[in-house]
Design a protein around this ligand. Structure first.
Ligand SMILES: Cc1cc2nc3c(=O)[nH]c(=O)nc-3n(C[C@H](O)[C@H](O)[C@H](O)COP(=O)(O)OP(=O)(O)OC[C@H]3O[C@@H](n4cnc5c(N)ncnc54)[C@H](O)[C@@H]3O)c2cc1C
Length: 517
């Protein structure tokens, strides 16, 4: 620690070294006069050569070695595992590396709900700043010098079933889309991905590798945040616990909560910031009555159409799990690109029947779920109730997407690979009503929870933070991660989390007085 600047009161303390938290730490610490702490419950691997393979190898997700072990209830009564990264890099360090932007209208909708800094025109500079797009560096809507490298698999590197998916898409009449991040993009093509070879360009790799050398940035790993410390309505630090069970308080002028859409609300509630009845039922002293904390859970309901294949040599669990995407619009045409279909190169288990999967995903969700809390214990996981497809507009469009997915198993190059569809059981019917029932019963999460501490104006009683991420009722407290999205964008959420970190990080650094610094 010799060259480090010792402080006992940080200017900015960020809780959670995930997608948003790392981006904020990197941007804010560009100012050498700001002392920044990045506090993370999971471990830190400073050097690539010391990083475990599950975090490096982006050909598949990491589900267990760096995971919180959460369980969720996607539809009434069903329980399943809900992965979340617990490591410096957060969920970006364990994910599939799909690097997709939402539709411009998603961000315009956020702005229309009273968040004026989030129109597409205003978030576009953040999206450009975060990326180094190797394929389209000159496009007006792309960046070519950001920390997150993005590329698309060329035909020569395509797994056979991924290429077959694109061929069948063409036969089904979908246009080819070379860049799914083109704001006008539509159709099937290669996925933009933040990986280089196998290497996952996580927030730890992209943002922290270069920032962590700064003497004004401390990365405090293996450090669980138990609760926020508040005095007279002002946040002034955090109570943390290290892996040896030692508890201490770290003081800060500004606390930024970036623990993700499941843990940020949990930390708020056990710090006394949440619905009065809930906070008091947990035996916690009320700091601010905020009924929106933990509500408005938004995500992408999805299904897996599992296929046994004719040729076992197609299935190799060491191949890239995904390479392609189809973005398209439901028949009612109300929301552009509200549906997505992806080809998953392998399914089941190595040594089992040779299988791959197609995933129909609902990208624009009307329904909402919620988080529940039964204890103030900082190690207690929140309950996660998604209530997928209870809204009929969701069930009908996801059913449509399942039907369109089944067409791939019957058309062209992909159909030739399929021996049988093992899920869903087609004998149970494929009429619209049958498929809607299927979605209501079996849909699961795309692993994109957000919205649980949403931003909005004070007149919206369910809004937790304002459009700059500042908590409405507790000063010197910012929330900046997937929690603040008012609704899930029509895209996998990682890039939008980076963008949130880019925007709020820049605002803190360049408009300090807005954040009481
Ligand atoms: C298996 C999987 C695959 C996915 N695939 C993709 C994909 O391909 N493309 C895509 O766009 N999105 C994908 N996602 C979603 C995407 O990764 C997330 O939306 C995004 O990373 C969330 O960013 P965040 O900053 O909100 O939270 P996170 O990145 O989850 O960061 C939160 C951080 O806070 C830490 N933390 C939590 N509680 C505490 C505490 N009490 N004290 C200290 N630290 C704490 C966590 O350990 C974590 O590091 C995937 C997610 C998963 C899990």
């Amino acid at each position: 620690m010799g060259y480090r600047q010792q402080v006992d009161n940080y200017d900015v303390l960020i809780i959670g070294a995930g997608s948003s938290g790392c981006a904020i730490a990197a941007r804010v610490s560009e100012d050498p006069n700001l002392h920044v702490a990045l506090v993370e419950a999971g471990p830190d691997y400073e050097r690539l050569q010391d990083t475990p393979d599950d975090l490096v190898n982006s050909h598949n997700n990491s589900y267990s070695d760096h995971d919180w072990g959460f369980v969720y209830e996607p539809t009434n009564g069903r329980k399943d595992r809900f992965p979340r990264g617990r490591v410096v890099g957060g969920s970006s360090a364990v994910n599939t590396t799909i690097a997709l932007r939402g539709m411009p209208e998603d961000y315009d909708e956020w702005a229309a709900q009273g968040n004026p800094s989030w129109t597409w025109q205003e978030v576009l500079p953040g999206f450009k700043r975060l990326e180094r797009d190797l394929d389209f560096p000159d496009a007006s809507y792309h960046g070519d010098s950001g920390p997150i490298t993005i590329r698309r698999y060329p035909p020569a590197e395509m797994v056979k079933q991924q290429q077959a998916f694109l061929d069948s898409a063409e036969e089904l009449g979908y246009p080819y889309c070379a860049d799914a991040n083109d704001p006008d993009g539509y159709g099937a093509g290669p996925h933009p991905m933040n990986k280089l070879g196998r290497l996952r360009i996580s927030a730890a790799v992209g943002y922290l590798a270069s920032a962590r050398i700064r003497p004004n940035l401390d990365v405090l790993a293996d450090t669980l945040t138990r609760r926020l410390i508040t005095e007279n309505g002002r946040c002034c630090g955090v109570e943390v616990e290290n892996s040896a069970g030692e508890v201490r308080v770290i003081k800060a002028n500004l606390v930024v909560l970036s623990a993700g859409a499941l843990m940020s609300p949990a930390i708020l509630v056990r710090s006394g910031i949440g619905a009065k009845s809930l906070v008091e039922s947990l035996g916690v002293e009320l700091v601010a009555d905020m009924p929106g904390v933990g509500e408005n859970l938004s995500d992408h309901p999805a299904l897996g159409v599992i296929c046994e294949v004719n040729d076992a040599s197609l299935i190799d669990f060491d191949q890239p799990i995904i390479q392609t995407i189809l973005r398209y619009t439901a028949q009612d045409g109300k929301k552009r690109n509200d549906l997505q279909i992806e080809q998953i190169s392998f399914a089941g288990r190595p040594g089992g029947a040779p299988m791959f999967m197609l995933a129909p995903v609902l990208e624009y969700q009307y329904g909402r779920g919620r988080l529940t809390f039964s204890s103030a214990n900082p190690k207690q996981a929140p309950g996660i109730e998604n209530r997928f497809c209870e809204d009929s507009r969701d069930a009908s469009r996801l059913a449509e997407c399942v039907r369109d997915t089944l067409a791939f198993t019957q058309t062209g190059a992909l159909a030739e690979m399929v021996k049988s569809v093992t899920f869903p059981d087609l004998n149970r019917g494929v009429a619209q009503e049958d498929l809607e029932n299927l979605c209501r019963k079996f849909s699961g999460s795309g692993y994109h929870p957000c919205g649980t501490a949403k931003m909005g104006p004070t007149k919206d009683a369910m809004a937790v933070v304002d459009h700059k991420g500042r908590c409405h009722k507790v000063t010197q407290l910012v929330v900046a991660d997937a929690s603040i999205m008012p609704s899930v964008p029509r895209a996998n959420t990682n890039l939008t989390c980076f963008m949130i970190g880019e925007q709020i990080g820049e605002w803190i650094r360049t408009n300090k007085s807005d954040y009481g610094l």
